[in-house]
Design a protein around this ligand. Sequence first.
Ligand SMILES: *Cc1c(COP(=O)(O)O)cnc(C)c1O
Length: 393
Amino acid sequence: MADFRVLADELAQLRTEGRYRPLRVWESPQGVSMMSGGKTYLQFSSNNYLGLTGHDDVKRAAVQAIERYGVGSGSVRTIVGTLDVHAALEAELARFKGTEAALVFQSGYTANLAALSSILGADDAVISDELNHASIIDGIRLTKATRKVYAHKSMEQLEKLLRESASFRQRVVVTDGVFSMDGDIAPLPDIVALAERYDALVYVDDAHASGVLGRSGKGSVEHFGLYGRVHVQIGTLSKALGVTGGYVAGSSTLIDYLLHKARPFLFSTAPTPAVAASCLAAVQVLERCPQLVRRLWDNADYMRSGLQALGFDTGASETPIIPIVIGDPAATARFSDLLAEDGLFAQSIVFPMVAWDKGRVRLIVTAEHSRQDLDLALACLERAGKAEGLLSA
Ligand SMILES: *Cc1c(COP(=O)(O)O)cnc(C)c1O
C-alpha cells in the first residue's frame, strides 16, 4: 500500500536541522500574559499591536452582529453574502485609507492573491522587492506577468528594472510597507518617485503598517504623506486591527474591477457578519484612540534601545517588529527555547521564512506591554544571551 514515506523523510530531515516545530497550544486570550501547558508566559509574538483582539467595543460588535444576523454569511459576496455591515466596513476602510473605495477579503493573504492575480496579465511586468511577503510571491505566481525582483530596497536595481520594462503594457512595483521579518520600512517616497518617472503603478502591502505607521496608524501613505500617489494599498484586519480578514484600498476603478474579477471574491464565501462588524468597530476604535499608536511606538523604541544597549543585533528594525538575529536554525530554536523556559515567549523564525544563516527570534512589541513587562523581558533576554554566548558574560 502506498504511504507518505517521502513526506516522513522530509519531516525527519527537518528534525535533524532543528527546523521541526510542534504547534504550541494556548489556553488564554491574546495578551501580554498568555498561558500554554498550564504555564504563564510573557508574550512577544502576537501581531495584536494595539490590544484590539479583546477590546470591549470590538467584542460587543461581534456579539451584536451574531444576534442580529446569525453566524454565517450564506454565500459569496456577489450573491446574498453582502450585508450592510460589509458595505459599512468598506466605506470606513476607504475613509481610513484616504481612497475612493475598498474591498474586503477573507484574509490579507487572500487579498494579495486576489489583487495581484487580477491586476496583472501576460503583457505586464511586476517588479518586486526580494523580501516581500509570501502572499505577494504566491499572488505573483498566479499570474502570467513577467516577474522581476530587486535586491531589498535597492532603488538602483528598481530603476534599472523599470527602465528595461518600458515596452510592457503595465509596470507594477510591489513592496511591503513594513517588512515582516526585519521590521524595516520600505523607502516608499523613492519608490513612488521612480514609478512616476517610469509610468508604473505602485502597490504597497501594509499588513504590518496599518495601525502602526503614521500619526494615526493609517499606514505607509500617511507616514510619508503620499496621498493619491499609491495605486493599490493592501491591508489586513488580523494584525493591528485584531480580528481577521484583509482588504484592498484604491480607486473606484480598481475596486470595481476586483469585484468583477478577483477569484477569492467570486468563489469564496463572504466574511461572517461578526467578523465584518468587529472589524468595523476596530477601525473606529483606532480612529478614536490615536494614543494607542503613540504608546506602541514608545514601547517599541524603549525595547529596541534596551536590546541594543545590551549588545544584541536587532538588524534593520525601525518598527515594533524587532528581530534578534542569531544565525543557523538550531541555534535560533535553542535560544527561543531557553527564553521560554524562563517564561518569555518569542517565536524563532528560521529558513525558509528567512535565509538559512539569518535565523532570528522575532519580538513584536505592543501598546499593551507595560514598562515593567519590557524590563522583565530585557532581563530575561540578557540572561539567555549570556548563557548562549550571544552577549559577553
Ligand atoms: C501577515 C501578512 C499578510 C497576510 O495577512 P493575513 O491577514 O494574516 O492573511 C500579508 N502580507 C504581509 C506583508 C503580512 O505580513
